[in-house]
Design a protein around this ligand. Structure first.
Ligand SMILES: [Zn+2]
Ligand SMILES: [Zn+2]
Length: 140
């Protein structure tokens, strides 16, 4: 897949049954529809509250990107659970695009320890290799 921001090829990485498309150039992340849900799901039972509260941002100064799947222009969305993080959603519901740090901010704000671990491990593996996992601080 091609990065919607800088047109660089992205890396598709499967991690814990979730496929994450990652752009090493801008450090953005694409998640297909359902993958964010998988990441944030609480014991696989109910929909993550964050996702049930998605709203469309009417006006944004942020640059808008085209969906890497269908090339339609994506919409800026946010969750009322975390209004400070604005990300991009395909109008055809192909998935979500997160600029550098946005997905991390969302996952860190949630109570989903499992999702945090998945993402932290994933990001650390990419950036620093498995060795740095030892430095990870497991508070619980
Ligand atoms: Zn990129
Ligand atoms: Zn699309």
């Amino acid at each position: 897949m091609i990065c919607p921001v800088d047109r660089q090829p992205m890396l598709a990485i499967e991690y814990d049954a979730i496929e994450i498309d990652y752009c090493p150039h801008c450090e953005g992340i694409w998640l297909d529809a359902g993958e964010l849900e998988l990441l944030l799901k609480d014991d696989g039972t109910e929909q993550a509250p964050l996702l049930s509260q998605l709203q469309r941002l009417k006006k944004s100064k942020e640059r808008s990107y085209k969906c890497p799947r269908c090339t339609l222009r994506m919409q800026k969305v946010f969750s009322s659970y975390l209004p400070s993080v604005v990300f991009d959603a395909c109008p055809e519901n192909d998935g979500f695009w997160f600029d550098k740090g946005e997905l991390k901010a969302i996952v860190s704000s949630s109570n989903h320890t499992a999702a945090r671990d998945v993402l932290v491990n994933f990001l650390q593996n990419i950036f620093h290799g498995p060795a740095s996992l030892k430095e990870q601080n497991h508070a619980d």
